[in-house]
Design a protein around this ligand. Structure first.
Ligand SMILES: *[C@@H]1O[C@H](CO)[C@@H](O)[C@H](O)[C@H]1NC(C)=O
Ligand SMILES: *[C@@H]1O[C@H](CO)[C@@H](O)[C@H](O)[C@H]1NC(C)=O
Ligand SMILES: *[C@@H]1O[C@H](CO)[C@@H](O)[C@H](O)[C@H]1NC(C)=O
Ligand SMILES: *[C@@H]1O[C@H](CO)[C@@H](O)[C@H](O)[C@H]1NC(C)=O
Ligand SMILES: *[C@@H]1O[C@H](CO)[C@@H](O)[C@H](O)[C@H]1NC(C)=O
Ligand SMILES: *[C@@H]1O[C@H](CO)[C@@H](O)[C@H](O)[C@H]1NC(C)=O
Ligand SMILES: *[C@@H]1O[C@H](CO)[C@@H](O)[C@H](O)[C@H]1NC(C)=O
Length: 391
């Protein structure tokens, strides 16, 4: 996955990810306007987890505790005090515990507990990107100790060039389910931007072309294998198995093998203004992901895997997407126009993301480290959280 970040971490390469809507034509969809046909595949912010190829410099994070919710009983994480500025208005939240990249693996239960305490005041659902470094168990243990109402989409982040990444995470997932059961697990996502990475590595762009189908066979084998593992635990019918990729990079056969799909839809990388970002996101997702998947025999449920707006760039070149700035003001515009409206439209989305990830700034620069609603220390940015609490 780090190759993804590296490639997309700078402006010149970034444009590669933004593909023009050939996918849409191939899927036989209605043509959409020029601005909308630009795809949006983001990528690097997605983050996270795994990958044996990751460098040892990953895994860094600010582990300061400034934003730690106070507890009435310091020994009981379920006694945390709620922050009146937070509202459980988000469908879901994209999340990677700090320090969850191999080989460093220096995440901690204490840190995850504090994240869950804060996130549980924003949403009832989180999605992980991978399973390395025991992160699924840490999240489920944190939910157990905080006693919050939270469902987790646990995940396996395979890499095209290293088959051991899949099996390593599969075994972690199996052990986690054996320990914690499935009460707080909503699904198992196998694959994160696998097709985007595979196509890019092979110099191709069409997810449903010959090279796309080659890549699809690899990730479908992993999806199938996860189903077999769950069936072997008598969970075959109870736990959905899905996939996540850039919105423009869905292969039809992968969707046919999945119970659900999660699609990254990033107005920032499509050079859309902050003011039109919400409507653009809704239309792009609807036309590129929701409508095509509704035509498939298995009718996989589609979610927005990531959408958001960055608040800052560490270099001047990326401070603007050509139309709008990376800023808290513009993030507020996006929140005010997207969150409650998406809820009203019954769109399942995972907001990207909970808090800033400093290791991404170190590794990739630009806006990569600054997509959080919160700073890395869990203090809320200068934002007003929309108040339209979901059931
Ligand atoms: C993990 O280790 C790195 C140094 O390798 C450090 O910068 C970072 O703060 C650590 N992260 C956590 C969550 O402890
Ligand atoms: C948290 O981090 C932000 C950004 O680095 C900083 O501005 C703020 O002062 C920090 N908050 C506290 C309470 O330390
Ligand atoms: C994984 O995390 C759980 C929950 O904190 C802990 O009980 C278990 O020992 C951890 N496993 C490993 C291999 O670190
Ligand atoms: C995955 O499983 C489906 C359903 O059992 C099967 O039709 C397909 O051939 C399998 N694909 C791969 C690549 O294993
Ligand atoms: C998605 O598109 C369909 C068909 O054009 C339309 O009926 C529906 O309202 C759209 N949904 C959203 C959330 O925009
Ligand atoms: C977005 O704008 C930048 C310049 O600000 C440009 O390099 C890039 O190609 C544009 N991308 C798209 C998809 O229009
Ligand atoms: C909600 O649906 C309406 C009607 O289809 C659409 O105009 C709007 O863009 C959608 N917004 C979001 C955030 O889903």
């Amino acid at each position: 996955m780090h190759s993804t970040f590296e490639k997309s971490g700078n402006r010149s390469q970034r444009s590669k990810w933004i593909i023009v809507g050939s996918v849409i034509g191939l899927l036989g969809l209605i043509a959409i306007g020029v601005g909308v046909g630009v795809g949006v595949s983001k990528h690097n912010s997605s983050s996270t987890s795994s990958a044996s190829s990751s460098s040892s410099s990953s895994g860094t994070t600010d582990s300061s505790t400034n934003g730690t919710p106070p507890q009435t009983n310091p020994n009981d994480p379920s006694t945390f005090q709620k922050d009146p500025n937070l509202h459980r208005s988000f469908y879901g939240m994209a999340y990677t515990p700090a320090g969850s990249q191999v080989p460093t693996c220096n995440n901690t239960l204490e840190d995850v507990i504090q994240d869950i305490q804060v996130m549980s005041q924003l949403t009832k659902r989180v999605r992980l990107y991978g399973a390395d470094c025991n992160q699924s168990a840490l999240v489920l243990e944190a939910i157990r100790q905080t006693k919050v109402d939270m469902q987790v989409y646990i995940a396996n982040y395979p890499t095209p060039d290293d088959p051991t990444a899949y099996t390593r995470q599969r075994d972690e997932i199996k052990a986690t389910i054996q320990t914690y059961g499935t009460d707080n697990i909503a699904g198992v996502t196998v694959g994160n931007e696998f097709m985007l990475n595979y196509l890019t590595d092979h110099g191709a762009t069409d997810p449903n072309g010959a090279i796309g189908d080659q890549g699809a066979a690899l990730i479908i084998a992993d999806i199938n294998d996860t189903r077999s593992v769950l069936a072997g635990m008598n969970l075959g019918k109870t736990l959905p198995v899905g996939n996540s990729d850039a919105g423009s990079y869905y292969n039809t056969k992968v969707l046919e093998a999945s119970d659900y799909g999660m699609a990254n839809v990033h107005p920032w990388f499509a050079n859309v203004s902050a003011q039109s970002a919400s409507a653009w996101t809704a239309q792009f997702f609807n036309e590129t992901n929701v409508q095509p998947s509704a035509l498939l025999p298995n009718n996989p449920k589609m979610y927005i895997a990531e959408t958001g707006w960055p608040t800052q760039s560490s270099d001047a070149g990326n401070a603007n997407n050509g139309v709008s700035d990376a800023s808290e003001t513009n993030l507020q515009v996006f929140l005010d126009t997207f969150v409650c409206q998406a809820n009203q439209n019954s769109t399942g989305y995972f907001y990207f993301e909970f808090k800033d990830e400093p290791w991404k700034d170190v590794q990739f620069g630009g806006v990569e480290g600054y997509w959080g609603l919160f700073h890395a220390n869990r203090t809320l940015k200068n934002l007003k959280i929309p108040n339209c609490v979901l059931d």
